[in-house]
Design a protein around this ligand. Structure first.
Ligand SMILES: O=C(CO)[C@@H](O)[C@H](O)COP(=O)(O)O
Length: 219
């Protein structure tokens, strides 16, 4: 069985205490760092950009899982490779030539991810699933942390898992949005491999323990 991962989302960190929060994640049982880059166009919010990623990448050895919520992401593939991204995820809805984008990400030495908005069906990835290392299923509408989990995500995970298995692919399934200790186990039971958790981790009284508990719940 594949090892299940927790990826705290930097979006929910305290930006006035960013180093503290990064070091908390470094010392925790978290597996990956999830980094949301928003451009105010693809989503109605602007998060942070290259200088912040450059600074934080120097302070962690965790896998950097970078989620681009931006239009025309091809423009920045090499930039994010140079900044140290390990996984680079682009949105299906933001790509004109998805196969070309995936090739560019891999040629730049990163794992290639594709994110699907809640309204985008998983079957649209059928012809490229072999080329995708990770599919990020948005379980909220992208752009903001702290939103309620969309319940039909379980059904979507199962459909995506079937698509992956039917094509003999090794693609990981990541769930992003509204993840907490109540839905984490059901998500991995449905087939999820990586759970992104923002508010539930960083807004808790003890984020280190919250990560530890999430890991225990999905073990
Ligand atoms: O991509 C996004 C939001 O667009 C996420 O990564 C959020 O950061 C998850 O936050 P929570 O729903 O866990 O607060």
């Amino acid at each position: 069985m594949q090892y299940k991962k927790i990826a705290p989302s930097l979006l929910a960190a305290d930006f006035a205490n960013l180093q503290r929060d990064i070091e908390m994640v470094n010392a925790s049982e978290a597996d990956w760092f999830h980094i949301d880059i928003m451009d105010g166009v693809f989503v109605p919010n602007i998060s942070f950009g290259m200088p912040v990623l450059q600074a934080m990448a120097r302070h962690t050895q965790k896998t950097l899982d970078v989620h681009l919520m931006i239009v025309d992401p091809d423009r920045y593939v090499q930039t994010f490779a140079d900044l140290g991204a390990d996984v680079l995820t682009v949105h299906y809805e933001a790509c004109t030539h998805l196969h070309r984008s995936l090739q560019a990400i891999k040629n730049a030495g990163m794992k290639a991810g594709v994110a699907l908005n809640p309204h985008t069906p998983a079957h649209l990835l059928e012809d490229v699933i072999q080329d995708i290392d990770l599919v990020c299923l948005m379980s909220v509408n992208p752009g903001f942390g702290g939103q309620a989990f969309i319940e039909n995500t379980y059904d979507k995970i199962k459909k995506l898992k079937t698509l992956i298995n039917d094509n003999g692919a090794q693609t990981l399934i990541e769930i992003d949005g509204g993840v907490n200790d109540k839905n984490a186990k059901a998500l991995v039971d449905a087939g999820a491999d990586v759970l992104v958790a923002g508010s539930f981790v960083f807004k808790s009284d003890n984020p280190t323990d919250t990560i530890k508990n999430l890991k225990k719940v999905i073990a």
